[in-house]
Design a protein around this ligand. Structure first.
Ligand code: IPE
Ligand code: IPE
Ligand code: MG
Length: 226
């Protein structure tokens, strides 16, 4: 049975779900937040230590202003309403990506990180304004500035994911088979599950089924599978 320490999720399909059932992409984002809560709960039940959620990519700035504003308002109210609850559950929140938002949101994010810094039941990495290519380029630039040798071990120290194990498992909902600039380095040996369901339709049972399958996969890491 494989250990499962770190799950990464590309939460895709909110917009399509919203258009299909509520005639509004933004309604899909709101519904997607309920799935986030369900999955956090189940991640705790499963004793998983790290959960990395892709919420906004560096490429998502191409979207209409109205949708971007809606998403960040949703995030603001989520943080305001839920951070105490997350803290009580001993959850640590970390933002991966560049915090280049409104002053108000930047502050909320920094405060949420500070408040939960010492928690240790589960670490949630929220990927916001995250792009793997940017992450790698700035890691190499900073390594060069500080005269670090380009080694795997050193690179890991300069990534947003420093001190984390690589994801064991990547799940992407929304019936799309691509990585969309997510954790390109860190996913080198992750087990990948592409799921047809849209993110607001995804639930604990789907998650549990994937975890069961994952646990029985023979992971070779280049070795032979005997
Ligand atoms: C993922 O859902 C959430 C974000 C990118 C913020 P989408 O908004 O990409 O939903 P679809 O893929 O358009 O249905
Ligand atoms: C990936 O979804 C980003 C997030 C889930 C936050 P997208 O919907 O932005 O990906 P593409 O554009 O279809 O590749
Ligand atoms: Mg999408």
């Amino acid at each position: 049975m494989n250990l499962l320490r770190h799950v990464a999720i590309i939460m895709d399909g909110n917009g399509r779900w919203g258009l299909k059932f509520k005639n509004s992409r933004n309604a899909g984002h709101k519904a997607g937040l309920k799935t986030v809560e369900k999955i956090i709960k189940e991640t705790i039940n499963q004793n998983i230590n790290f959960l990395t959620l892709y919420a906004f990519s560096t490429e998502n700035w191409k979207r209409p202003k109205k949708e971007i504003n809606y998403l960040f308002n949703l995030l603001e109210s989520f943080l305001k309403n839920k951070i105490d609850n997350l803290h009580k559950q001993n959850i640590k929140l970390k933002i991966i990506g560049e915090k280049k938002f409104s002053n108000k949101l930047n502050k909320l994010l920094i405060n949420a990180e500070k408040k939960t810094l010492k928690n240790e039941k589960l670490q949630i990495n929220l990927a916001l304004n995250y792009g793997s290519k940017n992450e790698l380029l700035s890691a190499f630039t900073n390594m060069k500035k500080k005269n670090y040798k380009f080694t795997e071990k050193n690179l890991n120290k300069f990534l947003h994911t420093k001190n984390l194990p690589d994801p064991d498992l990547l799940i992407r909902t929304g019936n799309t088979h691509r990585l969309s600039n997510f954790l390109l380095w860190q996913l080198a040996y992750s087990e990948i599950f592409f799921i047809k369901k849209l993110w607001p339709e995804f639930n604990e049972n789907d998650y549990i089924k994937i975890i069961k399958k994952y646990k029985n996969i023979k992971r070779n890491f280049g070795n032979i599978n005997e």
